[in-house]
Design a binder for this molecule. Structure first.
Ligand SMILES: Nc1ncnc2c1ncn2[C@@H]1O[C@H](COP(=O)(O)OP(=O)(O)OP(=O)(O)O)[C@@H](O)[C@H]1O
Ligand SMILES: [Mg+2]
Length: 239
């Protein structure tokens, strides 16, 4: 077996005395899309933020290409090739669309690549090119989501982590966003996708893990989980 791009084992994250997640384990194989499913408070954001180095792990392992990355700074983790499009976008709202994108390229070792990456993001999301000089804070929800994903792509990641990219968006916008994820997948990008919507996520994913109150309770292929009544039960808290 080859080493998975990302391997999480028995991850525990605490917020002071409160438990964010207590026992999460799963793998993300290279070139695959893995969905992290679970209802509100299941721990999806906590896991992604811990992988991105935004919050510390209390115990457990987070390994990227077999190398432990727990305890590394968020900047160092982006440099290794992991990028997060976070819940709530966390854009620089007073800055232009293009400046937000350029900031995503800050961790690049080779700054000369910024221009070609910017062109690629503009090709994927033409609306961002049209709005390149607009302040990020005046963009619509769908446009901000595109900007957050575009900014993550600017670091040319090996692993793209997406935290609920469909949240609050109109169905047509969600559809086009997911078409884009499908395209990035076909181009070989590895994606870890946190979603509340089971149906939406399983359609685009190869594998999935279900979180229930801070624990990974089910993992398998997307096709198997789509058929598994335990998935619905886990969501309803009766599993
Ligand atoms: N900053 C924080 N301080 C204390 N507890 C937190 C904090 N952030 C999250 N939690 C708790 O950690 C647990 C997991 O929350 P998390 O935000 O990771 O869930 P989620 O699956 O992303 O939920 P949602 O689908 O609503 O975004 C919840 O019990 C939540 O209350
Ligand atoms: Mg969340």
């Amino acid at each position: 077996m080859s080493v998975p791009l990302l391997r999480i084992e028995h991850l525990e994250v605490r917020y002071g005395d409160l438990i964010g997640v207590s026992d999460v384990s799963f793998e993300v194989p290279e070139g695959r899309v893995v969905a992290l499913l679970g209802s509100n408070g299941g721990g999806k954001t906590t896991v992604l933020n811990a992988v991105a180095g935004l919050i510390p792990a209390h115990s457990g392992t987070i390994a990227f290409r077999g190398e432990e990355i727990c305890g590394e700074s968020a900047f160092a983790i982006v440099r290794k090739g992991l990028a997060l499009s976070p819940e709530g976008w966390r854009l620089f709202v007073q800055q232009s669309v293009e400046n937000n994108l350029r900031l995503g390229a800050t961790p690049l070792h080779d700054k000369a690549r910024t221009a070609s990456l910017l062109e690629r993001v503009y090709e994927i999301f033409p609306i961002l090119k049209e709005r390149r000089n607009q302040r990020a804070g005046t963009m619509s929800g769908g446009e901000r989501q595109m900007l957050a994903v575009g900014r993550a792509l600017m670091s040319d990641p090996k692993l793209l982590m997406l935290d609920e990219p469909s949240l609050g968006l109109a169905p047509a916008v969600v559809e086009s966003m997911y078409e884009t994820f499908g395209r990035l997948h076909r181009e070989g990008l590895t994606i870890l996708l946190a979603e509340q919507s089971i149906e939406l996520a399983l359609e685009v994913s190869d594998f999935a893990t279900v979180l229930q109150v801070g624990k990974s309770v089910l993992s398998g292929t997307a096709a198997a989980l789509a058929e598994d009544p335990q998935v619905q039960k886990a969501y309803l808290g009766t599993g």
